[in-house]
Design a protein around this ligand. Structure first.
Ligand code: CTP
Length: 153
């Protein structure tokens, strides 16, 4: 029987760790459903995204190996999703190891090793660092341009 696989995540600033996870999930079954956390649910989780839900969902939906995107509104919906979509495998990165074992009565539960050295929070930190550096650089660049402009007049 062909398996239906489901996973959940925020997928903000879509990166190679997300892509590798989705590809590995695709290889585990015939149909891949991805629950993308809504902005409201991210508030509940204490996560602030850079990219709004509609765009995060559209990006995940555009990935070839993804068959269906559903909104993830709450912690509680997983069991009803597993039943509604006749899910065979629930799979997620191992940063969630053990957290969803309660689904084992209803489907197979798999925790996959995360891709090393990449995360949305890491990207956000780099961006913050980059922006604070570049705001100085930007000011300097503007000052230099200003001087050049005055000299070329
Ligand atoms: N994931 C992964 N490898 C990474 C980053 C994420 O396999 N390097 C997986 C997560 O384990 C999860 C899914 O991708 O199953 C969506 O993760 P998400 O929380 O949206 O991404 P993160 O980069 O982990 O975001 P954050 O740093 O905000 O936790």
């Amino acid at each position: 029987m062909e398996k239906t696989v489901i996973t959940y995540g925020t997928f903000d600033m879509f990166h190679i760790g997300h892509l590798k996870l989705l590809k590995r999930l695709d290889a585990m079954g015939a149909k891949l459903i991805v629950g993308v956390s809504t902005d409201e649910f991210n508030d509940v989780k204490g996560k602030k995204t850079l990219i709004p839900y509609d765009q995060r969902a559209a990006i995940v939906e555009a990935i070839d190996c993804v068959d269906m995107v559903i909104p993830e509104h709450s912690w509680d919906q997983k069991l009803s999703d597993v039943e509604q979509y006749s899910v065979d495998v629930f799979a997620i990165g191992d940063d969630w190891s053990g957290k969803f074992d309660f689904l084992k009565d209803y489907c197979e539960v798999v925790y996959l090793e995360r891709t090393k050295d990449i995360s949305t929070s890491g990207l956000k930190k780099s961006l913050t660092r980059l922006l604070s550096v570049s705001s100085e650089d930007l000011t300097n660049a503007f000052n230099v341009l200003d001087i050049l402009r005055k000299e070329l007049r």
